[in-house]
Write a new protein. Sequence first.
Lengths: 641, 477
Amino acid sequence: MINYLWLVPALPLAGATINAIFSRKLPRWIVSAIAVGAVGASFVVSLLAFFTLQGLDEHQRVINVPIYSWIPVGEFRVDAAFLLDPLSALMLLVVTGVGLLIHIYSMGYMAHDENYGRFFTYLNLFVFSMLVLVLGNNYLLMYVGWELVGLCSYLLISFWFFKPEAAAAGKKAFVTTRIGDFGFGLGVLLIFTTFGTLDFAHVFKEAHELFKPGAPVITAITLLLFAGAVGKSAQIPLYVWLPDAMEGPTPVSALIHAATMVTAGVYMVARSNVLFELAPLSSEVVAWTGALTAIFAATIALVQMDLKRVLAYSTISQLGYMFVAVGVGAYGAGVFHLMTHAFFKALLFLAAGSVMHAMNGVIDMRHLGGLSKKMFWTYATFGAGALAIAGFPLLSGFFSKDEILAAAFGTNHLAIWALGLITAGLTAFYIFRAFFLTFRTTPRWEVEHHAPTDSAHAWRGPHESPATMTAPLVILAGLAVIAGYVGMPKVLGANFLEGYFEPVFKPHDLHLAASTEWMLMGASVIVGLLGIATAWWMYEKQPDLPVKLGKQFSGVYNLLWHKYYVDEIYSAVFVAPGYKLAMWLWQFVDVRIIDGVANGLGYATAACSRVVRGWQTGYARAYALMMLIGTVIVIGWLMMR
Amino acid sequence: MNLDLNLQVIAPALIVALSLLLVLLGEVFLPASQRRWLGYLALIGLLGAAVVAAMLWGANLSGFGKMVVADAFGLFLTLIILLGAALSVLLAFDFVRAHQLDTGEFFALVLSAVVGMIGMVTATDLIVIFLALELLSLPLYVLAAFKRADKRSLEAGLKYFLLGAFASAFFLYGIAFVFGGTGTTNLGRIAAVLGASPRSDVALVGMGLLGVGFAFKVALVPFHWWTPDVYEGAPTVVTAFMSVAVKAAAFGAFFRVFLVALPELAADWRALLAVIAVLTMTLGNVAALLQSNVKRMLAYSSIAHAGYILIALVAMGVNGAGSALFYLLAYTLTNLGAFGAVIALSDGTRERLELNDFAGVAKAQPLVAAALTILLLSLAGFPPFAGFTGKFFIFGAAVESGWAWLAVIGVLNSLISAYFYLRPVVQMYMVEPAGGWNRLRVAPFVAFVLAIAVIGVLALGIVPAPVIALASGGFLK
């Protein structure tokens, strides 16, 4: 029916291909026209698909669009096929919509970069990969997208590879997420052994028919899948790559490391909701991982001085909220927060990028301050985003966060609810701390300090960014303000989203009394406002207070400033011994390193022929001996049985 | 005994042999300046053989007293070998001239090895397999040492020869034991005898020794010792040829002998080969992690890939053999392409083989860099390339036959492998270039090989269905 669906991923792929081949020879405006046009067209097609889907009867809103038979092996086959249902349709809109805005923003942000074409090639390739991940109708295609977005993320984090930190950050992201990917791969393998198929529809149908809640194999599958989500969506203990990933260009942080790729884990859990419903233990693990990550990352964000890193820890923390939602079974709430977060977090990142743009690359808040007068649009839009994430009443973050907390409360996860509520207060505090330090307070920069080396781009003080950058900010700010109204609590009015996800998720009715809902909402509002007020008091009103507090509680402060020393611990416990193990294994198997040294020495010797012949035959003899030992073992094994 | 001299069955090998004779004659009669034509002659022979092999598809002929067959399994491998040889010849055109190697002899030796390889994958008698094994091995010993002025090349040839002779002796000894235990060397009859009689230790020892011979040729741990030295020392074109064609030929005979002659003993060999597969994959990948020389890294990588293919043998059945065929084809294209890229980046006789030699290639040679990136990602099993579908096919076969734990270790290994395959990519894209790139011109033949490899790798990854169907038809009864 929706035969044109393949266009959605195909257009960005075409854009990436064209720019990969021709971008060197094309002027920049054509390069950007191709890249932005491809994502824009993809967005239009997505809209078309979305409204076509909405036009159908509720029970018809799950459409499989086969493209071709991909890997047919005897009885078993995996198709290259897409799945359009309310969940994937919403994800399409988020990915292509936010993607489009960030593409437009990048035209301004990357204008002076010499690798302009390469940047847009990667960016289009990423959008393609993310769309494959979202649209695939089976776990294998999802895995393909899953791996490809990881690759794009790696390429884009280390885009400015001449910075050693950027190259190292890319590597760290790749290595860390691959640990999770291993779990995900095993989960897919286990689904295959259990069900003999990888199609979502078949797997979910059979899981429902064959297994009772709590079946061990389903628990194992879901835990393995969740391991993938922990890596990709930066949860404890694999979150360490995301803060470092901020070394990439800021549009990348906004698109990949805030709005889309990092939410892939949430999408995957929501997509697999049938399996997670059958595995209460796994769901509990998901919810607790989310809750602990949420508060853990929020505490680190309290003291960081790098604006982008504050936002990175904030993303980790907000992803934690989403996992709380899908963990307690409120899949709709999780995806709702995914969407609102995509808007306000992309906005905050892009605004931070605008600050960097204005400040000639400076992002350390100790050297910012007072920018509100210099860049009104950035200031105003960042403020809107900050209010949204802080859960200010009637903005998008308020509705989506409130729904998650209500779901945790309503399913008797009171401890998780309490953690979530505290995190909400911390969130409001750290984001407004960043807001005041960046845009208010006395300026802590002087023009001379940033004197650049080449005079062509001489920095003449902060200035507002071009319209290509501020326009996306304004649009995202609008979305961050209003997007929440699709999912209003019932006490306030109609909830569009509740029925929207009907064919994908079982309806999730909490049966909360109206008074309870009001009470929960009131608690969130109070905590949020308290956080904002505290930040205002400490940074705007009493700017000496933070320093004093930091000195007084230097133990806690240092612990948070050093991010609980997790990087150092990982390095000592895993990285160093891992390297030693590999080295030892290699030398154990293969003593060739000595060979190499001997080789070098042999050639260095002028009268080498005799020497070289001597050890050559010696080594061949040693090899022959090893082969003989191997043969004896093989024959011995066969005889012993 | 009915000696049905059914020449049709061995027609592909005959055509290659004929072109071999013509190349040798040409070497004698053509002036040195005209010897380039010998390469074309070799190519024509390989192409002709491929056409004939394709025409034999589906006929299931056998001949010479059922010592040779032209079944789907053998023909599929014949085509892989011919493809590998043809691409190697293309890579060799400019290589032999730049390195001042004897053109005619080089192509003649390649062709004679190909005759042996085709013999190996179509033989159904242990004696013929042994003859073919020797016919493929001897030219390769010479080819490994073909750069006579280079000590490393000579060393490689000598090592390969000494250890290869050792392995051949084991293999022959194994044939003797199997003959002693069963009274025959025909694969089908061996199976029949083993099925009808009680377990015989003599046959078991014979099987073990045959396995050792194969394990040496395909470089399985702990019989892999020669591989890094020989791959590094041999001329790069020869390494490229060896790493794919020998593997295809030896694995073909390995599968045929174990699946056709020795299925009765499967309970004995499956667990053993599973352990060897684990060792081979793990040690190959871990050792590759620590290499700074690209040729050496690819040598360890080829060891690891032998481990993956061995999983398919353990899996047995239609999908076991089929996935091995598919994987060998994917591996042949990918690995030859990767070596092709290494050759493309060499400057006359100066080869760039250290990792940091690859710095900044993306700026100087964007197309070669992109091609090598795709090929390395495919070797790492990254979607949507041939290596991904191939691994999925093999691991799926293992899971279906109840060897899920082996697939798990395979998945873990392919994740590890991504780290070293990406190291040249990082160098090419993320390090500023050193000098000396601007003079580089990629020879048209080498560029052609790269294009074929990349297109093949993409096609086998994105639309693998037709090839999967052909490979699955190659099931051994």
